[in-house]
Design a protein around this ligand. Sequence first.
Ligand code: PLP
Length: 384
Amino acid sequence: MFAERMGRLGTETAFEVLAKARALEAKGRNIVHLEIGEPDFDTPDNIRKAAEEAIWGGLTHYGPSAGLMQAREAICEHFAQDRGVEYTPDEIVLTPGGKPIIFLPIMAIVDHGDEVIYPNPGYPIYESAIEFCGGKAVPLKLDEARDFRFDIAELEEKINPGTKMVIINSPQNPTGGVLEASDLERIAELAIENDAVVLSDEVYSKILYEGEHHSIAALPGMKERTILMDAHSKTYAMTGWRLGYAGMPKAIAEKVTRLNTNVYSHATTFVQIAGIEALKGPQDEVKKMVGIFKERRDAIVDGLNEIKGFSCLKPKGAFYVFPNITGTGVKSQELADTVLNEAGVACLSGTCFGAFGEGYLRFSYANSIENIGEALSRIGKMMS
Ligand code: PLP
């Protein structure tokens, strides 16, 4: 009954684990949720008020497919100040959440048999979108020994003139790893040499605990071949609002806009207005949230390192930890299931992020320090 392409569509397992955890809760079990990647904070008040005013002000109608002009102008200003990249509004597209701004450019650019290099372990939607669109997904291993950066020699080996796109993500989901400036420079050289587009997923750019975030789009010759994507979801605790955006060459923006028109017309009008307030308004709430995430990171890393068979690096960004669990002698999926069923802690198997995630679990620390402490003590007891 279903189209052949549906067999190539992957998924995001976090939602499935959440459903399993909810089923246990419905039976009366107490579960600590460390599976889902969303800030537990509320959206800041100024953003909520901006949406409310926009609704009452009548901004509830259709708008341009690429996004409201004022929203695209605000994003141009933001990218210029924050990333040092100058865009014009015809190079910006807004979408409902960050996901479509991954999926639609892949759909617009990747043809049957085109190679796309992507991080593995990595955000599962990359592999899913590449394969769905008929591309050849070429994994680039993120290595714990390199603080979860990939080996540039491996990229040199894998990239070739048949490579249509290279996907990078820094700070990274699921490892929390961050690419260094020298990595970006070499990726840029290789992309230019092989005439590949770079999709740079920067949704965690503000959730960074050390150093500064740099975008590959700012490097010479790169704006012309980069899709610089970001979203409001993680930075402003706006996961449910669904707002994503990207800067890209005008020719790509036209195709992505046409896909917008065909699928959902545009991102919700009043949500775009709230998104402008998020970018232009005070950023104190973001700083506060990042400070709290940092305390939680330290607590979860220290706690995991005390558990028998676990060893965990301290990530520089995002709100995930990716402990190595090979010392337990148990496979990742089996351990994730046991941690849920026996200890009552929901987390993800590293393999939810690709084959190179075997030997790891992923915990999201977007939860209170008390709940993190409870989760650690339950897993510690289970493993002792
Ligand atoms: N990119 C990465 C690396 C993510 O981890 C996520 C969400 O988990 C997204 C993109 C998509 O975010 P959104 O909720 O805005 O669609």
